[in-house]
Ligand binder design. Structure first.
Ligand code: CTP
Length: 425
């Protein structure tokens, strides 16, 4: 906790975290103690409040706190704290702990609008976001002194939900409403500064104003991948046909048809270092869309289909240098050599689509693919990479997919580096 009027709301956050099953170690700045009493936090957390580096029985409290934490939540984060943390300056126990941790950090800023919008604070926040720090953005509302504007601390329930999501605790276990971000944080910040474009859901191709040709995709796997990429620091543009819960900061573009998805993807592909085509894009669409509802009395309509543009193959044909392109292959590869089928389909798709990675699944297998919360996939790379993930949650599959993306990016950067003497044979 830092010193700001919103410190009183940190009481609610502390209680929410304890209720969700967290073990909370309260650390306050001297300023925070002017707004809320230490006894409140020590009673809620059943832990003594720590304030300074000096009057502890243990000589180096910051390193113990930093090393033992699974997550550090700063609420409220003041302009001073944000500035010190961005600059790497440790002036008290809180800033020293932030520098002495490798755990994910969640900042919950709160300050007057003028301070929140000051270029120094804006720059510091951008720097921290680049480093993979998680942020629960302040909201607009009443501020200290009766002013109204942006900079008001987010709702304590949203802060607790964000903390739970970062730690990837299932919401029902934590006893809270489903958090916005379901993805786990495997390697916080390893994709900081990367822009990733993800597509999700199945496209709907209209026959008339009320009917469409569609598929069974729920969008859950695409959303899980977007959440995992975001948790690892990437900026996300999610182009989706469905609306599921997402964490703040994920930009969502709603589309319906393959043509709309293609337009949305192509307009943004140039910004993206990573593109994941998790959407089930219809391969064919009705050639003509009836302007009025087709009436039953007119007898069964003849629906003539025409091919849709292959978005992934188009991206593969004109990708920007260094871009990592990931496609999906939903197959029904059952039979005696189902696995062999799946592998050969996946390798075929690597070539036809010009992708770096193909994530293939056998949607006929039990618990796999559409509408399930689980999936089982084979990930193959154009560089010979292969990983087989047996039945697992879609969040776990997302981790494996993002690991493969991070690895491809890493290998590519290494290949692009000039060889040093050590690396020469
Ligand atoms: N895809 C796409 N545009 C399309 C169709 C598919 O971008 N019009 C993308 C999907 O998002 C997915 C991958 O291509 O990443 C899977 O394609 P799929 O439709 O399964 O393969 P096909 O090319 O249709 O091959 P087949 O029908 O032989 O399986």
């Amino acid at each position: 906790m830092c010193g700001g009027i919103a410190a009183y709301k940190a009481v609610e956050v502390c209680r929410g975290l304890v209720d969700a099953g967290a073990f909370v170690s309260p650390v306050m700045t001297r300023g925070a103690t002017r707004f809320v009493g230490t006894v409140t936090f020590s009673a809620l957390a059943s832990e003594p409040v720590r304030i300074t580096l000096w009057d502890e029985p243990e000589p180096i409290p910051h390193t113990r706190l930093g090393q033992s934490a699974d997550l550090i939540v700063v609420v409220p984060a003041t302009a001073r704290l944000i500035g010190s943390y961005a600059a790497g300056i440790s002036s008290d126990l809180l800033t020293a702990t932030l520098l002495a941790t490798r755990a994910p950090v969640l900042l919950c800023p709160a300050m007057h609008t003028e301070m929140w919008e000051h270029p120094a604070v804006v720059d510091n926040m951008a720097r921290l976001r680049q480093r993979g720090v998680h942020v629960v953005e302040p909201v607009a509302g009443r501020l200290a002194g009766g002013d109204v504007g942006s900079g008001r601390l987010a709702d304590p329930a949203d802060i607790v939900a964000a903390a739970v999501a970062i730690l990837s605790v299932p919401a029902d276990l934590a006893g809270i409403e489903a958090p916005a971000t379901p993805g786990p944080v495997a390697v916080p910040g390893d994709l900081a500064g990367v822009t990733a474009l993800v597509t999700a859901g199945g496209t709907r191709e209209p026959i008339d104003p009320v009917r469409y040709v569609g598929n069974r995709s729920s969008g859950k796997q695409g959303y899980a991948i977007a959440a995992e990429l975001a948790a690892r620091g990437a900026r996300i543009i999610l182009i989706s046909t469905v609306e599921l819960a997402v964490s703040r900061g994920i930009e969502i573009v709603r589309v319906e048809t393959a043509a709309e998805m293609e337009a949305a993807v192509l307009a943004r592909a140039g910004q993206a270092e990573v593109i994941v085509m998790a959407a089930a894009v219809a391969d064919f669409r009705p050639k003509e869309i009836a302007p009025h509802k087709l009436k039953k009395g007119a007898g069964p309509p003849e629906v003539v289909l025409e091919p849709t543009p292959d978005i992934l193959a188009g991206l593969g044909a004109r990708r920007r240098p260094g871009q990592v392109l990931v496609g999906f292959a939903a197959e029904t590869a059952s039979g005696e050599s189902a696995e062999g089928d799946l592998r050969s389909y996946a390798h075929q798709k690597l070539k036809t689509k010009g992708a770096d990675l193909i994530v293939a699944n056998d949607v006929a297998a039990p618990g796999v693919g559409f509408a399930h919360d689980t999936n089982a996939v084979l990930i193959v790379g154009a560089d010979g990479y292969e990983a087989e993930i047996p039945l697992a949650s879609k969040a776990e599959i997302a981790t494996a997919v993002v690991d493969a993306i991070a690895r491809t990016r890493h290998d590519r950067t290494r290949d692009m580096r000039p060889a040093t003497n050590e690396e020469q044979p």
